[in-house]
Design a protein around this ligand. Structure first.
Ligand code: ZN
Length: 264
């Protein structure tokens, strides 16, 4: 037995246990942080839509007031033509002014038609705006609720997490850089956050693949660090984990149940 290896394995197992406790505490938060983030995205999107629709309505209103001004101009023009018609000199001039007056009248009709069209657009946009604003309000209420829920759970967890983090820092500082890096790499690669696996009835406690007998006795020998050929997790045997054979089975059952849940 290599004393250094023995100590390294113990330190690794300690860190793994701490991280598993942290993982469990964070799992209590569950989907909440993600739901909050999703809601915040939704709200940002809806706010953009609301301001976009409001801008469109403002543009239509601007167009309407332009058209109303144009109508006033044409009306003044028509009044001017009427005055001219009262002082008419010949029938050719009369026809020409009447023609102009007719054109102005048509322009007014066309402008009025446009105003009605813009009005219909505004009605549609206002309905859309109302619906979007309702959706926005409802999302904002959801967010408020979820955030309050999250804050409460976080508060409950925070104290415990702080305490465990202190423990974690100590455990982490004991690991050498290479092991530390390997531990994080494995933890990042596996589904359940277990980088250091115990041996369960001759199988890897992480992926449950069978461990060859020679490898099994190598693991027990503690003369080098041995990882699972199948999943890459670092092995620790019972002398490190201190799990009695009886408990081992219980642990295995829970782990298997967890695996089933996470792989669903
Ligand atoms: Zn494995």
């Amino acid at each position: 037995m290599d004393v250094t290896i023995d100590k390294k394995l113990k330190d690794l197992w300690k860190l793994q246990q701490i991280d598993s406790r942290l993982d469990n505490l964070r799992a209590v938060l569950g989907e909440l942080p993600m739901e909050v983030a999703d809601l915040e995205d939704d709200i940002a999107g809806l706010e953009t839509r609301v301001s976009h629709i409001a801008n469109e309505i403002a543009e239509y209103n601007h167009e309407i007031s332009n058209k109303k001004n144009a109508i006033k101009d044409f009306q003044r023009l028509i009044e001017k033509y009427d005055d001219q018609l009262n002082n008419i000199k010949n029938s050719r001039e009369y026809d020409a002014i009447n023609k102009e007056k007719e054109i102005a009248g048509l322009e007014i009709l066309s402008a009025e038609k446009r105003i009605r069209e813009f009005g219909r657009q505004i009605e549609m946009k206002e309905e859309l705006l109302g619906n979007t604003q309702n959706a926005l309000t409802s999302r904002q209420k959801d967010l408020e609720y979820k955030k309050a829920e999250l804050t409460e759970i976080e508060k409950e967890n925070a104290e415990e997490i702080d305490k465990i983090m202190l423990e974690r820092n100590t455990a982490e500082s004991k690991l050498d850089v290479r092991l530390h890096r390997a531990y994080h790499r494995i933890r990042g690669n596996v589904r359940n956050g277990i980088a250091v696996a115990s041996i369960m009835r001759g199988s890897c406690g992480g992926c449950f693949s069978k461990i060859p007998p020679q490898r099994h006795s190598d693991i027990r020998a503690h003369y080098r660090i041995i990882d699972c050929e199948n999943c890459g997790r670092i092995f620790v045997d019972q002398s490190i984990t201190g799990i009695a054979a009886m408990d081992e089975e219980k642990v295995e059952k829970t782990t298997r149940r967890k695996m089933r849940l996470t792989t669903k």
